[in-house]
Design a protein around this ligand. Structure first.
Ligand code: FES
Length: 106
């Protein structure tokens, strides 16, 4: 985990309530836009590795499509079973209308 910022999307392509999956340094991540800003988390559920980009984002709550666990994308916290481990979070910033992500805790 370093300061390798990678371009993952155009800012305009992620509306409020939307999310965009990308691969950063070989790791699948998910960028989510809330009213309060952009947040990046791992795109793989900590329960049984389902793809969270196939789930649902409602407010800050990201729900897994496989068994229904939910996470808070602002800090990665697991909000209920069957997932107990938090989602890793990553740093995200906007530069020149592009969304950049660097692995490692925000
Ligand atoms: S894989 Fe996500 S809740 Fe089971």
């Amino acid at each position: 985990m370093g300061d390798h910022w990678q371009d993952v999307a155009a800012e305009a392509d992620i509306p409020v309530g939307g999310m965009q999956a990308a691969v950063v340094d070989g790791r699948r991540i998910l960028v989510c836009r809330l009213r309060e800003g952009l947040f990046a988390v791992d795109a793989t559920c900590t329960h049984a590795a389902a793809a969270l980009d196939e789930g649902w984002l409602r407010g800050y709550r990201l729900s897994c499509p496989l068994h229904g666990a939910a996470f808070d994308v602002r800090d990665g916290r697991a909000l209920g079973p069957p997932a107990f481990h938090w989602l890793p979070t990553h740093r995200v910033r906007v530069e020149g209308g592009r969304v950049l992500v660097a692995l490692g805790r925000a």
